[in-house]
Design a protein around this ligand. Structure first.
Ligand SMILES: [Zn+2]
Length: 294
């Protein structure tokens, strides 16, 4: 059984390639335990979460990376996020059965679907956003297109996800590598031999040695990855405030309380008439009317 669980490892191959390897065990099962996703949705969600974790090594400040696919297909929204502490979370929205075997992601996400990757500071300031039309038959292919089109940075992904584990590998040409360097082609051919079984069962050192020992690999120390949702009572109060007093009171009169469920972790925040009065009273007086719940 593999020893490395919920771990990200960076590595270098030769002089011009960098890579990441990640495996999510408890992290991924925490996601699955908090929502009732159909199996076909899990496959895409687990791969998106893995890809996002692989990208986390590129955050150089206190912030987060969000990967999003949105379209009008049966699976019309997929969101995966990672922060600079390597806390990950994800969610999906679907409206009908997802086809099992597809020749194009368009069958799953819709012909108009787009892939977005954005980088924000923890204060919400946007540092980067890239958008491309979703192309290819797999999330790996779609990401390869993204990095080529929006970054001109050749990058390859191998992603696997099942109901217990999500794991993946990324190889990227380093900025400034010589044009005629063909190590990426050699390493891609070697990486294409990787199996789901190896991604799930081999630890990074074993796997990278098996794949790249002739190329020379330097492996960095493991970095822990975990599930983390940053929803909070205060953020949800702000959401209720954004409804406006009239709409909030309308919901109160119809439902008796305002219940907001976090799409990422399924936490439920409930606001009764007193809470709602305080939220809008705080607006009017400029003071926060938060009260302690017992
Ligand atoms: Zn949450």
């Amino acid at each position: 059984m593999s020893k490395e669980r919920d771990v990200l490892r960076r590595f270098l191959i030769g002089n011009h390639l960098r890579g990441e390897w990640v495996r999510l065990n408890t992290t991924w099962r925490t996601v699955l335990n908090r929502a009732d996703y159909p199996k076909a949705v899990c496959q895409y969600l687990g791969q998106a979460l893995t890809a996002t974790a692989l990208l986390s090594a590129t955050i150089k400040f206190d912030g987060k990376i969000t990967l999003q696919i949105r379209g009008t297909g049966p699976l019309h929204l997929l969101v995966a996020q990672v922060n600079s502490n390597r806390g990950v979370r994800c969610t999906a929205k679907w409206r009908s059965a997802i086809p099992d075997a597809v020749s194009s992601l368009h069958e799953v996400f819709g012909a108009d679907a787009q892939l977005l990757i954005s980088v924000n500071t923890s204060g919400g300031q946007e540092r980067y956003q890239g958008i491309v039309d979703l192309r290819g038959s797999s999330l790996s292919e779609a990401l390869e297109t993204f990095f080529l089109q929006s970054e001109q940075l050749p990058s390859y992904f191998w992603l696997h996800s099942d109901m217990t584990c999500a794991a993946g590998l990324m190889i990227q040409k380093m900025p400034g590598a010589p044009e005629d360097d063909d190590s990426l082609n050699r390493v891609k051919i070697l990486s294409d031999t990787v199996t789901a079984h190896e991604l799930i069962n081999l630890d990074a050192e074993q796997l990278l040695w098996r794949l790249y020992h002739e190329e020379g690999v330097s492996l960095y120390e493991p970095q822990e990855v975990h599930f983390e949702c940053h929803c909070s009572s205060e953020r949800t109060r702000q959401l209720v405030r954004s409804f406006g007093a009239e709409e909030a009171n309308q919901i109160l009169s119809e439902e008796g309380a305002i219940a907001v469920t976090c799409e990422f972790c399924n936490a439920c925040y409930t606001f009764d008439a007193i809470d709602v009065a305080q939220i809008f009273n705080a607006d009017a007086t400029g003071h926060d009317g938060n009260r302690t719940r017992h």
